[in-house]
Write a protein that binds this ligand. Structure first.
Ligand SMILES: N[C@@H](CCC(=O)N[C@@H](CS)C(=O)NCC(=O)O)C(=O)O
Length: 468
């Protein structure tokens, strides 16, 4: 009898760093899978069969039995949860939190800068357009700053980003952006995933990548950056703050959507906490005592006993993992995977346009800047497209991860939604019946109402200060 075909399928073109990341995770986990190659230039990702797999029309998509999953980081989490949970720190609250923190740093600090450089230096030539040198320079600066933080983190006792001697998702998620730099003779900046991923999986992925690049008639993989040299950060002391009181502390202001989302999760959890305000006008977030909590100099930061965390989505996961695991899928792998995909949709589809709109319409007016209507219009139309996908999803499900119960996937939207609904662009939500009904349900939750009152009060004070 013929051997049964693997039921796991990964869709997408290997030249995409996101597809490569998913492939690496499947390889690392030793999964038997089929790679279904697709052609971007032929528009395979816009065809109905693919849109049924991923309504955002992107690759990669994973099919694992009955489960269809999009977004590379959600795929990575699913694959590791199922086959190599140690790479997520599963079963160890503190380790899992640190894996989440540094995975979020990859997603929100490393990848935007590295991604922009790769787009300009690899993909622009492939597509026959000149690179935008100003964009490259700007992002090389940002990348250097992120790598300084990595350098400090890795200079002391930690061999890997989440800490200690063991590799985790936090390191592996940098693939293939790091690999693209490695392929350039002038760039030796980030060695860990290279060392961490097994040589056979790397060799296989490299073959795929070069084959795909050859298909696109390019030597782009070999000749990209001549810009970046090894990062040489000082070994900064990452000591914790002095306060060792047991009530967990959130450092930041509720008017920050990132902080507000963390507060909502704490309220949902019924956990005790103290909100410790920072003087943002005096840039206290960049003061050494706050940099010791969050080396990126941002809010929120969170202290829970000996554990110091940053990155709002990692803090949210930690709080829920500790107090409300039901809001993370409650041990049901398919539900956890689906809610990861929609939490990633929040971070990478909903958040970018919504936060551009808020910056133009709320933040800039508050600090005396003018609004750029072109940026607003562009992002309103991006947001409409995203909310159309949400509307279709919510026509079938009461909540984004499916079913009758809310989850992190919904709560992750709260910080930005609270602010957005206070602007004229709340109408983009109001116009979509299913999205509106969903938001009404979320906004009615006691935890959300409590945080909303806090945000309103802070925004009122800030507005008075800025007009005074
Ligand atoms: N990805 C981070 C973003 C945090 C962030 O950008 N916070 C803003 C407040 S809304 C901040 O601290 N800005 C101050 C600064 O960058 O100096 C998270 O989710 O925590």
């Amino acid at each position: 009898m013929a051997a049964a075909k693997p039921v796991t399928k990964l869709y997408g073109w290997a030249i995409s760093p996101f597809v490569s990341r998913a492939l690496l995770c499947l390889e690392e986990a030793g999964v038997d899978y089929d790679h279904v190659t697709m052609s971007r230039s032929a528009g395979d990702h816009r065809r109905p069969d693919h849109l049924a797999r991923n309504p955002f029309g992107q690759v990669p998509v994973l099919e694992d039995g009955d489960l269809t999953l999009f977004v590379s980081r959600a795929i990575a989490r699913h694959v590791f949860r199922k086959h190599k949970p140690e790479l997520l720190g599963s079963g160890d609250l503190e380790r899992a939190a640190m894996v989440d923190v540094w995975t979020e740093v990859e997603a929100h600090q490393f990848q935007p800068a590295a991604g922009a450089i790769v787009v300009e230096c690899v993909f622009a030539p492939l597509l026959g357009r000149a690179r935008d040198q100003r964009r490259v320079d700007e992002n090389v600066g940002k990348l250097r700053a992120v790598l300084e933080v990595f350098e400090a983190r890795l200079a002391g006792k930690h061999r890997y980003l989440a800490g200690g001697d063991d590799v985790s998702l936090a390191d592996l998620s940098h693939f293939r952006f790091d690999q693209t730099f490695h392929d350039n003779k002038n760039c030796r900046l980030f060695k860990l995933p290279q060392e961490a991923s097994s040589s056979s999986s790397r060799a296989r992925l490299r073959r795929n990548f070069l084959a795909a690049a050859a298909e696109h008639k390019s030597s782009g993989a070999e000749d990209l950056l001549a810009l970046i040299t090894t990062s040489t950060g000082a070994n900064k002391d990452m000591a914790k703050g002095e306060d060792t009181a047991t009530v967990p502390k959130v450092y930041g202001v509720a008017a920050s959507p990132f902080v507000a989302t963390v507060l909502v999760c704490l309220e949902e959890a019924g956990a005790a906490y103290e909100l410790v305000p920072l003087d943002m006008a005096a840039r206290e977030q960049r003061a050494p005592h706050h940099l010791a909590r969050n080396p990126l100099g941002k809010i929120p930061a969170f202290e829970d006993g000996d554990l110091t965390l940053f990155e709002s989505r990692a803090i949210a996961r930690h709080v829920l993992r500790k107090h409300r695991p039901d809001l993370l899928g409650g041990g049901d792998p398919a539900r956890s995977a689906t809610l990861d995909a929609w939490t990633e949709a929040e971070a990478h589809q909903f958040h970018p346009p919504a936060s551009h709109i808020l910056r133009q319409c709320v933040i800039l007016p508050m600090i005396g800047g003018g609004r750029d209507q072109r940026v607003v219009d562009e992002n309103v139309s991006r947001l409409r497209a995203v909310l159309d996908v949400y509307d279709a999803r919510l026509a079938k499900h009461r909540y984004l991860a499916g079913g009758e119960e809310a989850s992190l996937a919904d709560l992750a939207h709260v910080g930005v939604m609270l602010m957005l609904m206070g602007t004229e662009f709340g109408r983009v939500v109001e116009e979509r019946g299913n999205v509106k009904a969903w938001w009404d349900r979320i906004a009615a939750r006691p935890a959300v109402r409590k945080v909303a009152a806090l945000v309103d009060a802070e925004v009122a004070v800030l507005s008075t200060q800025s007009s005074g």
